[in-house]
Design a protein around this ligand. Structure first.
Ligand code: OGA
Ligand code: NI
Length: 345
């Protein structure tokens, strides 16, 4: 149980060398345990990778590729996306420094408010209300980055000294790339380029740096339980450790790390706006016994007051106020895609 004065972080449990077993609250029931967490298909990763520079060469081809990836996978890599590879390395370096070079007492000064969902700061629990769900083998630092009025760098770590500056620069690049991708995704549906972005409205952007400590029992745990992201579009980068998986055709497929690429995850509101032509990707993270893993997810969501409905007729989803959707997601738990499926007409 977390207590405000001394919340428990997964990293502290992992560093307690006398614990070769994970505490019972992290043990998944048999049906959600990863099968063969260490087995990785070598060099035959089927997840689409799309070169965005081909826009210059053949825009129609690019839209067709994006459409197929959104329809078949709901997730894909993009390369030549225009975000400097150096910036990707810098934000990974900041994350590593915060989690690995900063003493626990210092990190805990940034603890998020454990009584509310998705509050800014250093935390471990995705679902706040429920005490009965299995816990994820993950710590994170969540930054509220857009709109600019939500951005308060004084709440972010100040070490290394360029931490706040890099997060701001990364946030701005992610916004630009999310806009570009939503434009291409709209066009791939035969809609005007601005359609999805207008349906989403001003972006509420959060950047989560996820840290998955090595786990003594990777076959019994999950770094992050199966879910789809609730907003419009998520842009994710990871380090070379690997552990992100996508559920497709009744199988969990590991997303091989591609260091300079950006991994795009379609989220639930884009599924609704596309009227189910595109599906949000169900995904999870597995753990491993030897190396800590870092990933950075940048979420782009509508305002809580925004009503989201399909842009195509006849609608296959009920209109939902985004804030209500978020509340039900956090109070029911994700359990794969059950929240979005509940909106199907
Ligand atoms: C997330 C997420 C996966 C990962 O942050 O929503 O799905 O690999 N992360 O960290
Ligand atoms: Ni996710």
């Amino acid at each position: 149980m977390e207590v405000a004065s001394r919340p428990i972080r997964v990293q502290s449990i992992a560093q307690n060398g006398t614990a070769p077993q994970v505490p019972p609250e992290y043990i998944q029931p048999p049906e959600t345990r990863p099968k063969n967490p260490t087995a990785r298909p070598a060099n035959n990763n089927p997840i689409p990778s799309i070169d965005l520079s081909s826009a210059v060469r053949d825009a129609d081809f690019l839209r067709t590729e994006i459409g197929a990836a959104c329809r078949d996978w709901g997730a894909f890599h993009v390369t030549n996306h225009g975000v400097p590879p150096k910036l990707l390395d810098e934000i990974r370096r900041l994350g590593r420094t915060f989690f690995e070079a900063c003493p626990m007492d210092e990190k805990l000064r940034y603890s998020c408010d454990a009584s509310g969902a998705a509050t800014e700061g250093y935390g471990s629990r995705m679902l706040v209300a429920s005490n009965d769900t299995v816990l994820d083998w993950r710590d994170y630092f969540d930054h509220h980055t857009l709109p600019v009025s939500r951005r308060d760098p004084s709440r972010w770590p100040q070490f290394p000294p360029d931490y706040r500056e890099v997060v701001v620069e990364y946030s701005d690049h992610m916004k630009g790339l999310a806009q570009k991708l939503l434009g291409l995704i709209s066009e791939s549906l035969g809609l005007p380029s601005s359609c999805i972005e207008e349906a989403v409205g001003e972006f509420y952007q959060n950047i989560s740096i996820n840290y998955y400590p090595p786990c003594p029992q990777p076959d019994l745990t999950l770094g992050l339980q199966a879910h789809s992201d609730m907003g419009a579009i998520t842009l994710l980068i990871q380090d070379d450790v690997g552990g992100l998986q996508i559920f497709k055709d009744d199988e969990w497929i590991t997303v091989d790390p591609l260091s300079d690429a950006m991994f795009v995850i379609l989220s639930d509101q884009t599924e609704i706006i596309s009227n189910g032509k595109y599906r949000s990707a169900e995904h999870r993270a597995i753990t491993n016994g030897s190396r800590a893993r870092l990933s950075i997810s940048t979420f782009h969501d509508p305002a809580k007051t925004k009503a989201i409905s399909p842009a195509l007729e006849p609608p296959k989803y009920h209109t939902a106020i985004y804030g209500d959707y978020v509340l039900s997601w956090y109070s029911n738990g994700p359990e794969g895609k059950r929240n979005i499926d509940a909106l199907l007409i």
